[in-house]
Write a protein of this length. Sequence first.
Length: 160
Amino acid sequence: MTTQPLPASLARRVGAIVYDALAVTAIVMVVGLLCQLATAGHVTDGARIAWWYQPLQGLVVAAYFLVSWTRGGQTLGMRPWRIRVTTLDGQPVTLARALLRLAVGALPLFGLAIFWVGTMRWALWAPVVGWAIWLIPAFFDQRRRALHDLAAGTWLARLG
């Protein structure tokens, strides 16, 4: 008799998020270093960052999540917390589902645009508040799915 895995608790999710934030920070730093080396330090002209730099960083971070979710279902942050993202029937996440999960999960980042009409403090808090709002459905859903999991038809299962 097989039993359905338990959904990942909020504590495990937050732990994985913190670990992944550290991994993403390291990835961004390495990409930044490689860009500086490749351009002989000319990623910025002193006032503005080169037009390609932030999109490149975004693509590399997106690739980290997409590859992790589609090849094993776990990011570096999810491994120690023993959680895995799968489809609702326990199958590995396809690239299409991973892209949708990423796109919906990244929507709160558009809150950073508040900087243009408000303050930097508001702009930095906007994604944090957005992601907190994204987690609200997890308190009511039987499988504790956040908004991006509901949209993509995925969930975070607790392993062992």
